[in-house]
Ligand binder design. Structure first.
Ligand SMILES: Nc1ncnc2c1ncn2[C@@H]1O[C@H](COP(=O)(O)OP(=O)(O)OP(=O)(O)O)[C@@H](O)[C@H]1O
Length: 349
């Protein structure tokens, strides 16, 4: 069942088209990541869903109820939406428990004991039971974001909006908190939208990813499809590293200086001359008998789990400078020759 439906939503600030005919849908219990560069309209979209911004056109519906249309504009406090902003969100003069209790409606929680029970449930959910008496300044950055999530989830909202919630945290904490938040939202079956400009965050956390550019939604797909089959070259470069080269297309194959490579089935390219896109990890070192191309190592950057190898392909393979990703288990020396095969199919544009 579709939980959230966004139809042709547009928002202008003077001359700026912050959102232009954006349409999206999200199933119950799923997480959508909205991914795009700075200024593409991500926050405006989130604020329009929350009701903090009034679109110029379009329709926004949750559970078949219209929250916004040219005739309707439900107030933010009546939309049953939880919001987790970037940082600095907790009320500094309230304890952790009172921060979480803040959004609980008195109509449902008249009794103190019921409110306390809900707060304790939320503290447990985010792995911080027993810390309700603390003040926000007595918490680490990661703990503060967990409490912000607990506060947003406490009133059991229909939809949770997360606006770059990890951006103020250091890389290690970011990665672990991502996993925790994903698990917490899954555990309670929450429907959520995560805004981020970090492709790794979008791909690793969400069930589907919407890529935005200049106020428009360019592609919506599950992470694997988005990464392997990006809609255009800009999206390809935005969601990961990409190697591009000229090719001639014929009968489901791309003929390029690396040989004949299978085209992705989604390629419906009519023209014969195209640019193909290969991901760096599709290049796999192999023995001489399997080898599709070879090159000489110019430089390497070691990342532990994998190594980025700057390679110049041999003259018969086009003398291209490419950066490929190979397992970190084996080290490569400058000047060494590598034999490679290419796995999977390639996209053409
Ligand atoms: N209140 C406003 N008044 C005027 N222009 C605005 C306003 N809010 C946003 N904009 C403009 O609308 C466009 C989209 O902004 P938005 O904040 O939605 O982008 P974003 O993708 O969230 O960017 P970031 O990742 O930097 O937060 C930008 O050009 C921005 O300058």
């Amino acid at each position: 069942m579709k939980k959230l439906i966004i139809q042709n939503v547009s928002k202008q600030f003077g001359e700026v088209h912050a959102l232009h005919n954006v349409s999206l849908a999200l199933d119950e219990g799923k997480m959508l990541a909205v991914l795009g560069p700075s200024g593409c309209g991500k926050t405006t979209l989130l604020r329009s869903i929350a009701g903090f911004e009034t679109p110029n056109a379009g329709r926004i519906m949750i559970n078949d109820q219209t929250l916004f249309s040219p005739q309707t504009n439900i107030k933010p406090e009546h939309r049953k939406i939880g919001y987790v902003p970037q940082h600095g969100v907790l009320f500094p003069h309230l304890t952790v428990a009172n921060n979480i209790a803040f959004g609980l409606p008195n109509t449902h929680y008249q009794h103190k004991a019921k409110k306390e029970a809900r707060v304790n449930d939320m503290l447990q959910l985010v792995g911080m039971d027993g810390l309700g008496h603390r003040m926000p300044h007595e918490l680490s950055g990661g703990q503060q974001q967990r409490i912000a999530l607990a506060r947003a989830l406490a009133p059991a909202p229909s939809l949770v909006l997360l606006d770059e919630p990890f951006s103020a945290l250091d890389a290690g904490l970011r990665a672990s908190l991502r996993e925790e938040v994903k698990a917490t939202l899954r555990q309670i079956g929450a429907t959520a939208i995560l805004v981020t400009h970090d492709q790794e965050e979008a791909l690793s956390m969400a069930d589907s990813v919407a890529v935005m550019r200049q106020g428009q939604c360019i592609q919506v797909a599950d992470p694997v499809t988005l990464y392997q089959y990006p809609a255009d070259l800009d999206v390809a470069h935005f969601v990961g590293e990409a190697i591009t080269l000229a090719a001639t297309l014929k009968a489901g194959q791309a003929d390029c200086s690396f040989g004949k490579l299978p085209l992705a089935p989604v390629c419906t390219n009519e023209q014969t001359d195209a640019i193909i896109m290969i991901r760096p990890e599709q290049f796999v070192p192999c023995c001489h008998t399997e080898q599709q191309l070879a090159g000489q190592v110019i430089d390497t950057t070691y990342y532990g789990h994998n190594t980025l190898v700057h390679l110049k392909t041999n003259a018969q393979y086009g003398a291209h400078h490419i950066h490929i990703r190979v397992s970190g288990a084996h080290t490569y020396a400058k000047g060494e020759y590598m034999g490679l095969k290419i796995i999977g199919d390639v996209m053409a544009y």
